[in-house]
Write a protein that binds this ligand. Sequence first.
Ligand code: FE2
Length: 304
Amino acid sequence: MQPPAAGTLRILHLSDTHLTGDGALHQGSVDTTAALEDVLARVDGVPGVGLVVVSGDVSEDGSPESYAALLERVGGWAERHGAALVTVPGNHDLREGFRQVLANGHVLGEDGRPLMHTMEYHPPTVPVWGQSLVAGRRVVTVDTSVPGAGYGAISEASLDRLRAALAGDHAPHGTIVVLHHPPMPAPTALHAALELRDQDALADVLRGSDVRVVLAGHYHHHFAGSFAGVPVLVAPGVANDTDVTGPYSEESAHVDAGALVVDVAEDGSVWSTPVRVPRPDADPLAFAFDAETVTRIIDAATGR
Ligand SMILES: [Fe+2]
């Protein structure tokens, strides 16, 4: 892949890892730890990643062990690549286990350096909240999880904090918002029942702000759109891929995994490169040209 242009922040956007503390298979079929390892191996050669984001449903069971599994693998990847690491809870996460291992979700700062956190106790009723500065961008995580529920909501307090953050000190290159439940129509009836509620309130806060992109997950499939004038990117799931072509009333998913490589330029331009990581090992190759062959083809095509 081409390196990011000067001044561009490159983000590796992962979502819905659904890790289990005891290695149990997700929905009885997918080894999500292996799926995550496959994704991380596939993107190992992507140059210039400055921030890794995991936009929720980090864990399937909420156990501290499952969060430790993420920290070890994704944290290790980010450290090796000199990237920050930011994550946020989704509907499958449990705030207690999340906080125990990942604190407020802003785990690594610029260049992959660990961020310090005060050991403050919050009951699980209090949403996780965090913000940090990465390459001149304010990165804000908004916890849309609702304890005991699958749908998403943003508490008054979280909305106030987001509003205050956006009104606060000027971030040279704008803001990146990370949350789990996307402010976007759902592809199936099941996901529609689990949508983010009261999206108008979020729209009011985002409209006209310096937010360059909203990074989300939850739908286990890649979607791109805009909301209140702000681009929204939904990362494919690491755990599986929702079948979006089936009947609306039904729900099925394929064993498949992927990620997004999101580039955010200094002027706020955003573009995304989806990376598909087929699983299990079957990855049939249609063709493979070496560099020499490519040069020959280019020469032939351009009349050089
Ligand atoms: Fe999920």
